[in-house]
Design a protein around this ligand. Sequence first.
Ligand code: URA
Length: 206
Amino acid sequence: MPSGEAVNNKNVVLLEQSAQLKALMSIIRCKQTKRYDFIFYSDRIIRLLIEEALNHLPMIEKTIVTPTGSEFAGLAFKGKICGVSIMRAGEAMEQALRECCRSARIGKILIQRDEETALPKLFYEKLPLDISSRYCLLLDPMLATGGSAIKAIEVLLNHGVPEDRIIFVNLISCPEVTGAVDEGLDANKYIIPGLGDFGCRYFGTD
Ligand code: URA
């Protein structure tokens, strides 16, 4: 892998823990960081994550002709891409995907805890009609219990997306493309050290 570092599971790619990434992570983890900085530095890390996720999509060989009339043996993405954000925090990752892939379709899934069963429940989904033929980047910055991610993957599988076309992209914890793997969860199922509630800090509702 060009820049990602495989952790103990071959399906998990951890971003290279460069000094720059550690510095960016330190800013967004700090409880004193103001919202505008939280957004700015989160966006920078998210961009790195999306760029890394795109490295894991299949390519085909493509020869092009340059203005000098020479041929260049290049590459092109093999298939169509689709982002699916798990609302609300995952929506913070949409912009970086749009900046990298102008034509990427974006779907949304809202999953919340069912008050009666305490299990994750699907409340809303809006996905591209041809999603089964796309490579899906599933977007959620924080992976704590994994309940929402599992439910969201279930939704994608039910829509005919093959499992090997789903790349789960997140900022902190233990999914397929992540920025950091943290220690664990506290009694409220928050990631520790973590960064608190990502959605509240990014969208300014705390
Ligand atoms: N979601 C968050 O925003 N933070 C956590 O620590 C866990 C889930």
